[in-house]
Design a protein around this ligand. Structure first.
Ligand SMILES: [Zn+2]
Length: 293
């Protein structure tokens, strides 16, 4: 591991040196013309008691993020639109995908109206068994219902699967994979009348058996891994079930928080295209953080 970390650091050092001399700027700007970041949100709400702060972005902060995208002329698309754009070879500079995991009710009551206000599309990955449910465990948790999801879909939002149970797919017994992967396809079609095309892996967890199971069901066009970076033609052609995505967190810096998340996606994606696997880079940074901070 240490050798691989050193190798990654050496390449990053070389690229940073070139960036310092201004050589890389143009290359990086060119990269952004064919790379689409996908950002991940969860609840758009003030953090309820006992909830981890990473799961919530306050509504007014979320709107600051949307204003930032508007001010910087971003095109905010669904994942299926992004895949079409990448395959068409168009310039996709300033194109971004906004995704929302877990299916919290505030996605419908808060995020959806805000997205419409800015004429933006969102992508909502919901957990099959939780749709329409209200739980009272450490405070009330409410999930979107099928009619709400249907209405969002009618108005241009993309709805996808976040599995049936939300258990990390690489950890469960392989004989449960068909239920986690196939069942939402059927259930959502039965309840809402349209086929979903995508799945977002709970906690970004997947392995070869997961990918093999998804490939059995032709309705699935893509899946989101938890690997940070950008989506390019190469990713959607070679690894459509390992699309890149990174979280946006409310660190109290308003629009700076989305700006930083976008930059992280572009840098990870750029380095990946230069031959540094995003998974390895992610692990290297975690290793450095744990060792030195
Ligand atoms: Zn989740």
């Amino acid at each position: 591991m240490l050798y691989r970390v050193l190798r990654v650091l050496l390449v990053i050092g070389a690229i940073a040196g070139m960036a310092y001399k201004g050589i890389i700027r143009e290359d990086f700007e060119n990269y952004k013309m064919h790379a689409i970041p996908a950002l991940m949100y969860h609840s758009i709400n003030h953090t309820p008691d006992k909830w981890p702060a990473e799961l919530c972005v306050a509504p007014e902060v979320f709107e600051e993020h949307l204003k930032y995208l508007k001010a910087h002329d971003f095109n905010v698309v669904t994942t299926q639109q992004a895949i079409i754009l990448l395959k068409s070879g168009q310039n996709v500079a300033r194109t971004v995908i906004l995704t929302f995991d877990d299916g919290y009710e505030d996605n419908y009551s808060t995020a959806f109206p805000l997205l419409k206000k800015y004429d933006y599309r969102g992508n909502f990955y919901v957990v099959g068994k939780d749709v329409g449910m209200t739980f009272n465990k450490d405070g009330i948790i409410q999930y979107m219902s099928f009619p709400q999801l249907q209405e969002m879909h009618r108005q241009g939002m993309e709805i996808g699967s976040h599995t049936m149970s939300h258990d990390p797919l690489a950890m469960i017994k392989p004989n449960f994979l068909p239920w986690e992967i196939y069942q939402p396809l059927n259930l959502f079609h039965e309840k809402m009348g349209f086929w979903i095309a995508g799945i977002a892996f709970p906690n970004g967890s997947f392995n070869d058996a997961v990918i093999a199971e998804i490939k059995k069901h032709v309705k699935y066009e893509y899946a989101y891994s938890g690997v940070p970076g950008c989506n390019t033609l190469k990713i959607v052609k070679d690894r459509p079930f390992e699309m890149r995505r990174a979280g946006v967190y409310d660190r109290g810096r308003g629009a700076k928080d989305i700006e930083k998340a976008l930059l992280k996606c572009y840098i990870f994606g750029y380095l990946e295209e230069k031959g540094i696997p995003a998974e390895l880079l992610d692990r290297t940074l975690t290793f450095l953080q744990e060792t030195f901070l």
